[in-house]
Structures are given as structure tokens and as C-alpha cells.
Write a protein that binds this ligand. Structure first.
Ligand SMILES: [Ca+2]
Ligand SMILES: [Ca+2]
Length: 210
């Protein structure tokens, strides 16, 4: 090998090492973006090793291009909402009769599947904390008269004996009916004391996968 050839080889080797280092740095940078806190919500939908994503995270159910989650544990309304936020979601909102049927069915199925639990109801994103009797959704909307599904004699703002703050009932939960599909079964809302511990329903947008 001539010295000119050897010099060229060394230069090539040097260049290869340089571009390898650059690629490594780029790779690191992309990984740091991909796994950053900002995109952490995404990893609920995706498998980190295969990079395969689903429209809804595991344990969530898709309905109307949204993903819904029924909690296994019970929390106070505010804590339930905080937990939904941690999932990159919020408490569920009923936009129409289809949503109401879906969510009422979800709570009904949960109770059927967990007969050993003393299941009562599941929080949704509706409350009248600001002004007694004026219920608003967490998205800022008031209840529409044609999308209201109160149980009979509710909301009644009843004072529970254990309600130490005497705050009344300002948070709404879905109480599953005895049977699905019977007369009035959709009317499942009850206002309950917000400090009571209930299961809860979260929702988030489904991932749009093309
Ligand atoms: Ca109230
Ligand atoms: Ca009530």
C-alpha cells in the first residue's frame, strides 16, 4: 500500500467515525424527544419496543372516536378528576344519547363483573359547585335539555348524614340501572356529595392512526 493510499484510508476511517458519532447523537436527540414528558401520553397507546400503537390504551374502550376508562378503585370527585388528568384524560362528558347508553352500559357491566365489590356508581365530569342547581360539564357547557339523564327525583342536593361540610350534593355519578334496556334505564344520573368515594369514568381522544 502506498502512503497516499494509506492516507486516504485513514481519512475515510476518520470520516466514517465522525458520521457514526453524528448518527449516534441524532439518535440520542430523537430518543430524548420521543420519550420526553411531553409525549409521555403517547406511550399509553404504544409499545415502546415494537413502536406499535393502538387507537386506545390497553384497558380503555373506544366509542365515537374517544377512549373511555372505568376505574377499578373509588376516589373523591376531585381526586378522580386529578387521576384522569394523570392519564392525559379528563372525566367523561355525555354529549348525546349514544354516549349516555355507552357509559351507563359500562357501569352496568362493571357491576356485573365485580359482584364481590360494593359498587354504587361512577363519577362523570358534571357538577354544580359554583352555583347550586346550575350543573355544568367540565368542558364549560351547561346541560342541554335534550341531553339530561337524571334518575327519578334527582338532582335533589340531599344532605347525607356523613356530609360533615354540609356542602350538599354537587357532583354527578352514573348509577347503573337494575337492567339494561328497560323503561327509563338511560336515566342514571344522581348528584352525590363530592367527598364521597366513587369509581370514575375518564375519557380521552382516540389516536388517529392512518
Ligand atoms: Ca348541588
Ligand atoms: Ca342526589
Amino acid at each position: 500500500m502506498t502512503s497516499a493510499e494509506s492516507k486516504q484510508l485513514r481519512r475515510q476511517l476518520y470520516n466514517e467515525r465522525q458520521s457514526s458519532r453524528q448518527l449516534e447523537a441524532e439518535n440520542q436527540h430523537q430518543r430524548s424527544i420521543l420519550f420526553s414528558k411531553k409525549l409521555s401520553f403517547l406511550w399509553r397507546f404504544c409499545n415502546k419496543s415494537t413502536l406499535q400503537c393502538l387507537r386506545c390504551p390497553p384497558d380503555w374502550t373506544e366509542h365515537a372516536t374517544r377512549c373511555f376508562f372505568m376505574s377499578k378503585e373509588a376516589k373523591k370527585w376531585e381526586d378522580a378528576r386529578r387521576q384522569c388528568h394523570e392519564f392525559g384524560a379528563d372525566l367523561a362528558v355525555v354529549l348525546n344519547a349514544e354516549d349516555q347508553a355507552f357509559l351507563t352500559n359500562m357501569t352496568f357491566q362493571f357491576r356485573q363483573q365485580h359482584p364481590q365489590e360494593n359498587f354504587h356508581s361512577a363519577w362523570i365530569g358534571l357538577r354544580d359547585m359554583v352555583r347550586e342547581g346550575t350543573f355544568s360539564w367540565i368542558n364549560g357547557n351547561r346541560i342541554q335539555s335534550d341531553v339530561a339523564y337524571w334518575k327519578i327525583l334527582e338532582p335533589n342536593n340531599a344532605m347525607a348524614s356523613w356530609d360533615k361540610d354540609r356542602a350538599g350534593q354537587d357532583c354527578v355519578a352514573i348509577v347503573p340501572p337494575i337492567q339494561i334496556g328497560q323503561d327509563q334505564w338511560l336515566n342514571s344520573w344522581d348528584d352525590i356529595v363530592c367527598g364521597g368515594e366513587r369509581h370514575y369514568l375518564c375519557e380521552t381522544m382516540a389516536l388517529s392512526l392512518s
